[in-house]
Design a protein around this ligand. Structure first.
Ligand code: SAH
Length: 362
């Protein structure tokens, strides 16, 4: 198999790789159009390249496409895809139609190391980081399967994993997705959601290609937050708010604060008042996410009335607030419900494969 996986490269990196092979740099643009806009995964089909070049490319590069292991369709049109990576591990990605735009929700890690108390992915622990090609590949495969390659869509990095804990791959993926010759998704249509890793937020603030930022806050005090989001002990609320204040306002658009509502834990009117006070003077919006329950998650979703009161308490204090409707709950595709089932079994299979006796179905 050719050595270099072309899907791992930004266009600038591909240009350099082509130059190193004695090929013209500008061919990278053509290749990007074929791979991302037209969904072509074979050099032979790239008919605007001279045939000698197609052969040269095929000898040096491969184009990986992640096979779909499972596809579930929800009553509300949300679709959950289980994709198999080259090492046999799997990730979930979700398509959410018309919110009002079509949205792809992608994973950045297999599992997650952050350990948030109400999140199902957290129960897997961190298995490994995804590569840029595996992150972008989710969009490539879903857009292809859904016939949406040429349309406009939003991308949210809100699937499995903590994007800023896999910073370089996440940013390379953002660059590939935003590339004018590829999907050309405007960076403002890409949202990176973070648990609040302050140094990484600061790094992001200096990027030339900048996605929108969403921060998972979930509580108005450090005491409450540390019980839900362990990493709060390292990066407390005040530091997160400061980092958000310093985030360049002209380019970032409004920052979103996500707040998962847990019955009796962080959903009281007093909590809402504290949250409003905390956000005073910040140009942000709050996304309230009523908990999506899952087996083994020791919390409950508050009543609609309680959710409503919380939202109104914020709104009365001038905070822009939205209650996120959960989509795809019947197929367990809603926020925080992604986790690969049967992971233990597949690790055993992986081990068997390593030992040379395995049968792995791909
Ligand atoms: N690691 C990133 C992306 C996580 S998923 C982050 O923390 O932001 C996106 C959102 O779903 C996060 O705000 C996360 O806290 C939330 N979430 C996790 N589990 C949930 C659950 N069971 N119900 C509702 N939202 C949940």
């Amino acid at each position: 198999m050719p050595q270099v996986d072309l899907t791992e490269l930004t266009r600038t990196e591909l240009e350099a790789a082509l130059a190193a092979e004695g090929l013209e740099r500008y061919r990278a643009r053509q290749v990007f159009q074929w791979v991302y806009r037209r969904g072509v995964a074979e050099f032979a089909a790239m008919t605007d390249l001279p045939s000698a070049q197609r052969e040269a490319l095929a000898a040096r590069f491969r184009i990986t496409t992640l096979p779909v292991a499972k596809r579930d369709v929800s009553e509300d049109g949300t679709e959950k895809f289980l994709l198999t990576l080259q090492d046999g591990r799997q990730v979930e990605s979700v398509f959410i139609p018309r919110t009002p735009h079509d949205t792809f929700c992608v994973s950045t890690q297999v599992g997650c190391a952050m350990g948030c108390a109400f999140c199902l992915t957290a129960t897997m622990g961190l298995v490994r980081n995804l590569t840029p090609g595996e992150i972008v590949g989710q969009v490539r495969v879903l857009a292809g399967a859904l016939g949406l390659r040429d349309s406009r869509f939003n991308i949210v990095f809100m699937g499995m994993g903590e994007p800023l804990h896999n910073y370089d791959a996440t940013m390379a993926a953002v660059r590939i997705l935003a590339d004018d010759h590829g999907f050309a998704v405007h960076p403002r249509r890409i949202t990176v959601s973070t648990v609040g890793l302050v140094p990484a937020i600061e790094r992001l603030a200096a990027e030339d290609v900048m996605p929108r930022l969403a921060v998972s806050l979930h509580a108005p005090t450090d005491e409450q937050r540390a019980a839900l989001v362990p990493v709060n002990r390292k990066y407390p609320i005040a530091e997160i708010i400061e980092a958000c204040r310093r985030f360049p306002p002209a380019r970032r658009g409004r920052i979103t604060f996500e707040y998962v509502l847990l019955a009796g834990v962080n959903d009281s009117p007093a909590d809402a008042r504290k949250l409003a006070a905390l956000l005073q003077g910040l140009h942000v919006k709050v996304n309230l996410i009523p908990l999506n329950p899952a087996a083994g998650i020791p919390f409950e979703r508050p009543s609609d009335e309680r959710i409503d009161t919380f939202g109104r308490t914020l709104a009365e204090r001038g905070v822009t607030v939205m209650v996120r409707k959960s989509r795809g709950r019947d197929i367990r595709a809603a926020c925080g419900q992604l986790a690969v089932e049967g992971l233990k079994k597949s690790s055993a299979q992986l081990l068997a494969e390593k030992l040379g006796s395995g049968t792995i179905s791909r």
